[in-house]
Design a protein around this ligand. Sequence first.
Ligand SMILES: [Fe+2]
Length: 415
Amino acid sequence: MKRFLILAFAVVLAFSFSSCAKEEKLDIVTVTDIHFAGREFHDYEGYFEEVNDTNGSGKQMKYLDDILDAFITEMLERKPEYIIITGDSTFAGAKESHVALTEKLRPLVESGITVLILPGNHDIELPAYIYPDGGYQETVTLSPDEYREMYADFGYSGGISYHEDSLSYVYDTGKGVRIFMLDTNVAYGMLYGSLSNEKIKWLEKELEACKEAGDIPLVAGHHTVLEHNKRFNFGYRLNNSEEVEKMLADAGCTLYLCGHMHTQHIVEGENLTDIVGGSFAVYPHRYAEIEFSKSGWTYEAKATDVEAYANEIKSENPDLLGYSQYGYDFFYNNAYSQAKESLSYIVTDSELLEKYADFTAKVNVAYFGGTFSDVDLSFAEQFLKDAEGSGWCSYVELILADPKDHLACSRTVSE
Ligand SMILES: [Fe+2]
C-alpha cells in the first residue's frame, strides 16, 4: 500500500511539473485595415483607380483580391488557431464589399481557424459607393445589427459576452487567455474613437470576470490606446485613452493590438505594449504572427508573399510574378508624385526637387512598412531646411522624431 501511495504521488508530481513546463501557447495571426473592395464591384480601370490613387493612401486596390487570396492560401496551409482582424476590413463600408469579404474568409473558418473581427471607421453606416464599368454608383452600407449578423461566423457567435450597445465582445480561448474585441468607434464613419461610459462599465465588468477566473486578457481594437506619433494623436488614439490604458494595465493586459494608422508601429507604456499593424492593403501587405501565453508573448510582422502565390497558381501576370518590385514601385510612385507636386512650389531646382521627392517617397514606404532602418538619411538635414513650410517637410520631421525602436516589426515580452 505504502509503495502504491509513493508511486501515485510521484505520478501526480510528474504530471504537475509537465503541465507547468508545457504552458499552453496560443498561435495567433493578426491582420488589419484590409480595406477590401471586391473586384466584381470595383472596376480598377476607371473612376475607382482615380479615387484610390489620388487619395494618397497608397492602397494597392488593383491586386488586393489576389493579395488576399495569397494570404488566405498561406493561412490554410499554416493553420493558426486564431486570426484577429482589427477593423477597416472594407474599402469604405459597401455591403457588396462585406459580402465578398465574408466569402473570401469563410474557408478559413471551415478549416477550423477561429476568425475574430471587429469594425473600424470604414465598415459601417457610411455613404457607400461601388465602382462598376469605370464609373460609380451609390449603394447600401451595413447597420451595426447587419454587421453582427453578417459576421456571425467571424466572432459574433460563440463568445462569452457581447456588449449590447456596441459590437464589442469577449472570446474565451480556454487556455487561460480571453480575447477582448473592442468596438472603439464613437460613431460609425467618424475618424476618431472613444469608449463610452457604457462600454467602459461593460469592459470593467468583463476584465474583473477575467481576473477572477485566473485568466489574462489579450485586447484588440481599431484605434490606438497609447500615443504613437504626435501626428497620429487626435482621431487615431482613443479620446479617453489614459483611462483605458490604466484599466487594461490593472487587469494584467500586456498587449493591445490595433490598426487605423496604416503604419507598422510599436510603442510601450509602463505595462502595456500597443502595436499598430501595417495596413494589409498597403505594400508590403503586413500581417503578424503572435505566440501568446499567460507568461509572455512574441510578435512578428510578416509580408504577404504574393510572388510565391502567383507561382503556386501558375499565374501568367508579370505584376504578380514580380510583385516585390511591382508592389514597392506602386507605393513609392504614389508618394513620389504627390511629394514632387507639393514640393515644386517651394523647391525650384529641378534636380533637387527630384532628389527630395525620391527621399520623401523612400521615407514614406519605410515608415509604413516598419523598416525604417533601411533609409539613407544623409539628405535629411538639407531637405528639412529647403522644404520648410511644406506639408511633406513637417510629415518627414515627425517621422524622424519617432524613436527608431517604434518603427519595428517584432517584439517579445516575457515575465
Ligand atoms: Fe484604415
